[in-house]
Design a protein around this ligand. Sequence first.
Ligand code: DGI
Ligand code: FE
Ligand code: FE
Length: 187
Amino acid sequence: MERDKALSIVKPHLTEKRYIHTIGVMETAVDLAKKYGYDEKKAELAAIFHDYAKYRPENEMKSIIIEQKMPKELLDFHPELWHAPVGSYLVKTEVGIEDVDILNAITYHTTGRPNMTLLEKIIFIADYIEPNRNFPGVEQVRDLVKTNLDGAILQSLKNTIIYLTKKNATIYPDTLYTYNYFIKMKE
Ligand code: DGI
Ligand code: FE
Ligand code: FE
């Protein structure tokens, strides 16, 4: 699918701010695909659709999680996590994208997972560092990604975990498994 067509499909599902974020993720993902040697068109498409389900009503996402037999555990954690796997499902069923690499990159863009593919890493970190983001510590992660993709992901996970603990939020197990995976990789 061409970029403009993909953007025109996703736009009505997003707010203006989220659409600008999506463009930022798209441009960042294409840059990273160039840098780390991945199919730029696939990275572009995955980025465009990564937040497709961000504004679906919670009850609709909940039904999809149950009906599609996604991990039930998701329902015990923050609904903010649901748009990633549900988005992957809806991009497949509503938009007709069947590429499993793209669908997995959407599924895991919020938590990551151990053994992430290169495309999953690109979308995960592009989502975190795109130019409109201003998390504390994002500048350090932007620097790291220039030389060390895995190091940048690990740093972003540390930042997210610290942010969540400060809020007394629960941490979804996949986030911790991903963190452990990247820590062990350094050993
Ligand atoms: O959809 P975006 O805002 O672009 O970014 P995202 O899909 O990475 O979602 C970020 C939100 O998800 C942010 O508010 C932190 C939250 N989050 C990430 N990992 C976890 C989490 N929330 C909980 N409760 N547990 C997690 O493990
Ligand atoms: Fe997201
Ligand atoms: Fe996003």
